[in-house]
Ligand binder design. Structure first.
Ligand code: AMP
Length: 192
């Protein structure tokens, strides 16, 4: 299987590029943020808990996120060609759990695609998305918290994956198709 993590700060284009990767490579998309937003919309117990964290720009506790991930992986069709992990892992313990879970499935990560985008551009993109889609956590106060949390808890994953030789830096600034073409070149180089 082709198992890729799409890594990057909030607003770096993970959702946009995931869609294009799925189209080209026929992968299964697991977006933990989308799972949580769906639960909030449906008013489930998980949704109520998640809303408390998301509205403040905080991360949901690792144990809860790992349960969600296991659940999502259980639902994978047997014939799947692979998975794109979008928004997971976001902490070192989540990365370690992901490795364990994949190993239990007889799988491993093919690579970690890191979308690299300057901070001022991230803020601009999220404000634009908030205005266009009404996404609740795309407001300036929550955005600033999310970026702080990203630097403190998620960015250390870059060094973690660099140490394993699996981090692939992608310039996340510019035209969506150009960025995707760089991603596709990296994926093709890894699978051949
Ligand atoms: P996203 O759609 O990936 O930007 O996620 C939106 C929000 O959901 C984040 O700001 C977090 O509050 C929460 N979230 C999503 N994925 C995770 C995760 N792997 N660990 C903790 N919180 C998460």
């Amino acid at each position: 299987m082709l198992n890729l993590v799409l890594f990057g700060a909030p607003g770096s284009g993970k959702g946009t590029q995931s869609e294009k990767i799925i189209d080209k490579y026929g992968l299964h998309h697991i977006s933990t943020g989308e799972v949580l937003r769906k639960n909030i919309k449906e008013g489930t117990e998980l949704g109520k808990i998640a809303d408390e964290y998301i509205s403040k720009g905080h991360l949901i506790p690792d144990s809860l996120m790992v349960d969600i991930l296991r659940q999502e992986l259980k639902g994978l069709p047997k014939t799947t060609k692979g998975v794109i992990f979008d928004g997971f892992p976001r902490t070192i313990p989540q990365a370690q759990e992901l490795e364990t879970i994949l190993a239990e499935m007889g799988e491993s990560l093919t690579g970690v695609l890191g979308l690299e985008v300057a901070e001022d551009e991230l803020v601009e993109r999220m404000l634009k998305r908030g205005a266009e889609t009404g996404r609740a956590d795309d407001n300036i106060d929550t955005i600033q918290n999310r970026l702080k949390v990203y630097h403190e808890q998620t960015e250390p994953l870059k060094a973690h994956y660099q140490g394993k030789g699996s981090y692939i830096a992608i310039n996340g600034i510019g035209n969506v198709d150009e960025i995707f073409s760089n991603i596709a070149n990296e994926i093709d180089g890894r699978v051949k």
